[in-house]
Ligand binder design. Sequence first.
Ligand SMILES: [Zn+2]
Length: 470
Amino acid sequence: MPAIHRGHVYHIGGSPLVLSAADALVDLPDGALAVDDDGIIVWCGEWPDRPDHLADATVVDHGDAYILPGFVDTHMHFPQVYCADSYGGGQLLEWLDNCIFPSESLLADPGFAAHAAVEWCDRMITAGTTTGLIFGSQFPVAQDLLFQTAHDRGLRIVAGRTIHTVGPDSARALITSEDAAIELVREEIERWHPLDDAERRNALQFVAIVPRFSLAVTPRTLAALGEVYDEYRDRGVYFTSHLNENARPGTGEVDSVKAAYGVETYLDTYDGRFLPGSKTGGKSLLGRRSVMAHSVHCQDRELARMAETGTSIAHCPVSQQFLGSGTMPWKRTVAAGVNVAIGSDYSAGDEWFVPRLLNACFKVHISEAGDAGLSLHPAELLFTGTLAGARALDLEDRIGNFDVGKEADFVVLEPHRWDMYQHTLEHAVTPADPVMARDAHLFGVLMLAREPALTKTYVRGRRLATAAAA
Ligand SMILES: [Zn+2]
């Protein structure tokens, strides 16, 4: 029997680009979402308009709560589950060396890894992150635990072991030979990725090929990964890595990559053009299931190439503030036609909760210098935290909004669980113009939200439970 969830429903309907998200905003103050036994959305609309065929449906009344599509976080690091706000005494490369490589090495211990996998999935469920694109552990035992726990809990994840074939001493435990790296990637795909077409249509867990970044691998590794990706690309395997994150002159990540490879652009290293002078040395890793994290310091031709190949960006404003990386130029990036989704980059970002990422996103872009700055529309923020993420993961036909026929991933935000949230939304002045009033309310719903207000997380119509609650 279908279930009808009643509450204040928001979503971005259809399949717009970010610039037309406001026109696609669906706001149903007394709204309802009907979900069948398979977790598929069969109807979404105003409560009084519910069709006769749903008369016998089970009603789940969420009271004054907001019902939003499940959040999609397109950049996270599983082996950093306990690393938020680690003090590295510098920027990206120092933080990796002093804090992150030693921490990620701890997951070699199966007991520690088991604890980490449970913690990770609990944090995703508690934050309403129904789908995550995850840089995984280097250790297969930890990856098995992550995939199994996500499967048991019902979370949607795309994950892959973080590949290192070169690196500093602090990363020694994370580094394998190039041959072993390729072998481990193949094994992970064969073990956890739904290779069969029918199986893939129903699957919730998928595998990605994930070199940490170009400095953690070599031209030979990238060539071999290109071969593997080419072999599995048609069966829905993903690719993700970091791009143009930290540009401290001379010693930062961007200059280091260019110096190490002798390439014209950082993106070239992922595009098969990783030989000196950006000569082609292998197959491209870009495409519509490829996601580049950060992309703060891109050249125009890199943005054009991402747009051309359907490669998306995981924009991580909280992380970029933490590591002093600057921010992705919003207008220029969007104007280039690249799909921009949100990412926590947990743990360089110390927030799990996607509305907090969207809050930072608003603040950093209104603060961009001169004409680059803009006031993002609340519908653009909602789009970036939901539908853009579904698009980045090539899952837009299944999730991202409440269009009929999609799988019902949604979250419930209860204002009374967070006093400031409830009181501010209740007593704020309502603009006289109805469209402005609608937009202002959604802006408050997103910007003021804190994690305690998020009380229920559903994937494919099923409410997920944390280990503590189970
Ligand atoms: Zn990252």
